[in-house]
Design a protein around this ligand. Sequence first.
Ligand code: HSE
Length: 394
Amino acid sequence: MNLALMGFGTVGTGVEEILFKKKDFLSQKGFDINIKKVLIANANKKRYPKDDSIEFTANFDEILNSDVDTVIDVTSNLEETYKRIIELMNAGKNIITANKAVVSKYFEELNETARKNNVYFSYEASVGGAIPIIHPLMEELQFNEINSVSGILNGTSNFILSEMEEKGLDYDVVLKKAQDLGYAEADPTADVCGFDSQRKIRILSSLSYNAKIKEEEILTLGISNIKKSNIEFSKNNNYNIRLIANSQLKGEKIYITVMPMLVKDPFFSNTIKSLNKVRVTGEYFGEYRFFGAGAGKLETADAVIRDLLRIYNCSEIKPFYTAEKNYKVSTDLENKYYISVKEVKDALYKVINRDETNDLHHIITKNLNFDELKDILNSYEEDEIFVAAVEEEK
Ligand code: HSE
């Protein structure tokens, strides 16, 4: 099989490294895989592939017009990559991608274009790093219904929260560590403001419910305003704070959020470093749980290579997502929230259940639906308020 890579950053170099190291092993198993070309943005930058015969090009047409039958996209670019994937699919090439921004924003179009051209569209690496989560869901969806998907889907935020908790460190110090370890996106805003988790839960939920969910319909809050005193409050109340992406299908309504949460449930509260965890519930199987490395060079490359071998064997699941269910994203689900602010404004004052004040107000609210919560958020500047959902007592 001849393939091309688009991108040679962290995950791209990981894919090349594994394929190089495992070349003979794979070949003994009948997988004859050659990377013909690698598309890069800057042709003048020196690259160090393990296989020094690999050809680099900055000319996309060299990939589009080549005889490769599969292209692995490991770019982090959104619009340009989307257009290129569509062109490649239209030219009959299978696509494997780790690019969650593209998969999330264009999930409908990508599935449809792959179906139309009878090519494979594989995106296991776009969610949960090494964890096999997309394929188990796809297998279930051939005969089952999924009711909920929730998880810790961003390694960077989890690393920050668990390190702040364990070592008493400041947010900025730990963010820098996460960047140095290669977990964070080039612009870590996506990690710490919840957008990376938003994309991942949009992919998992769209697929699970076969419905269209727009990214902007997902109530998304991040951890960028977290302070040491928020961690202390949660510890004093026997909680841990984790960034949780959560979606549930109740009747015809979808409830979907990404937000910090005060958790006691050990499945989430014991999750440390860059580990990701996902819990799925559905018809027949009840509940199952996944955990593993949610980020990292070789870990994410591992998921790409599993897709590649499925395509090689023609055993990949064909794209069946059609967004045909008319479920609506809804906002009437109630929950209690932990809110910390310097100053209590009217919208917040009327929903206080408990307030502990030291350097900040640490408030537990009454039950609020998403719209009531949004009213409170709208009465503050983004950097003036930290909000976390409070896990329901079991
Ligand atoms: N920046 C992402 C994370 C990488 O921290 O989880 C994996 O998608």
